[in-house]
Write a new protein. Structure first.
Length: 208
C-alpha cells in the first residue's frame, strides 16, 4: 500500500513540474482563439472610425447652433484625445495578435531563413564582383627603375656578335724568312743591313 502511494505521489509531482504535451485539438482551439482576437480587434478599429465620424458631425452641428462655443471646443478636444488613445491601443493589440500568429506559423520562419540565406549569397556575389573589378583596374605600366640620364643607350648585340666572329684580315703580309727574334720580339729583317754587313766584311779582308 505504501509503495502504491509513493508511485501516485511521484506521478503527481511529475505532472505538476513538467507540463503535459498539447493535443492537436487544443492547438486548433488556440489558433482559432488567436484568429478570433485578431478579427475582433479589426472590428473595433472599424467601429472607432465610424464613431469618430459621427462625433465630428455632432460637434459641427452643436458648434454652429450653440452660444457657448468654447465649451463645445474643449469637449471636442478631450473627446478627440481619448479617441486617439483608444486607436493607438487597438493598433497595438492588432499588431501583437498579428505577430503572434506569424510566429506560430512554421512557414513564415522557413521563409525568413531562406530570405536570410539569399541575402548572404547576394552579399558574397557582390564582394566577389568588387574584387574582380579591382583586379581589372590595376595598372599594367612598368615604370623605369633608373633615371634616363643615367641609363646608356642599349647596343644591338645581334648585329655586334657576327661582326666580332669574322676573322680580321691582316693589313700587311710578311714572310717567315724576313722575321728574326731579337730580345724575344719578332721584327722584320731589313735587306740594307745585310748588304752593309757584307760590305764591312769585304773591307776588313782587303786591309788584311
Amino acid at each position: 500500500m505504501e509503495e502504491g502511494k509513493d508511485v501516485e505521489h511521484s506521478r503527481a509531482t511529475a505532472s505538476s513540474v513538467m507540463p503535459l504535451p498539447k493535443s492537436p485539438s487544443t492547438q486548433y482551439e488556440e489558433n482559432g482563439r488567436e484568429e478570433e482576437g485578431f478579427h475582433n480587434a479589426l472590428l473595433e478599429l472599424k467601429d472607432l472610425r465610424s464613431q469618430l465620424h459621427h462625433a465630428a458631425e455632432h460637434c459641427e452641428r452643436a458648434f454652429s447652433t450653440a452660444q457657448q462655443k468654447k465649451m463645445i471646443l474643449e469637449g471636442t478636444k478631450s473627446y478627440i484625445c481619448e479617441a486617439v488613445v483608444a486607436i493607438v491601443d487597438h493598433l497595438g493589440t492588432v499588431s501583437s495578435k498579428l505577430e503572434q500568429s506569424l510566429l506560430a506559423n512554421a512557414v513564415v520562419k522557413q521563409t525568413e531563413q531562406r530570405i536570410g540565406c539569399l541575402k548572404q549569397r547576394i552579399l558574397a556575389c557582390q564582394q566577389y564582383a568588387m574584387c574582380l573589378e579591382l583586379c581589372s583596374m590595376q595598372l599594367d605600366i612598368k615604370f623605369p627603375q633608373h633615371h634616363q640620364h643615367y641609363v646608356s643607350p642599349g647596343a644591338d648585340f645581334a648585329k655586334a656578335i657576327p661582326v666580332l666572329a669574322k676573322p680580321s684580315k691582316p693589313a700587311c703580309r710578311c714572310k717567315t724568312e724576313d722575321l728574326h727574334v731579337l730580345a724575344g720580339v719578332y721584327q722584320k729583317k731589313k735587306p740594307k743591313q745585310v748588304n752593309n754587313f757584307l760590305s764591312f766584311i769585304g773591307v776588313s779582308k782587303r786591309k788584311i
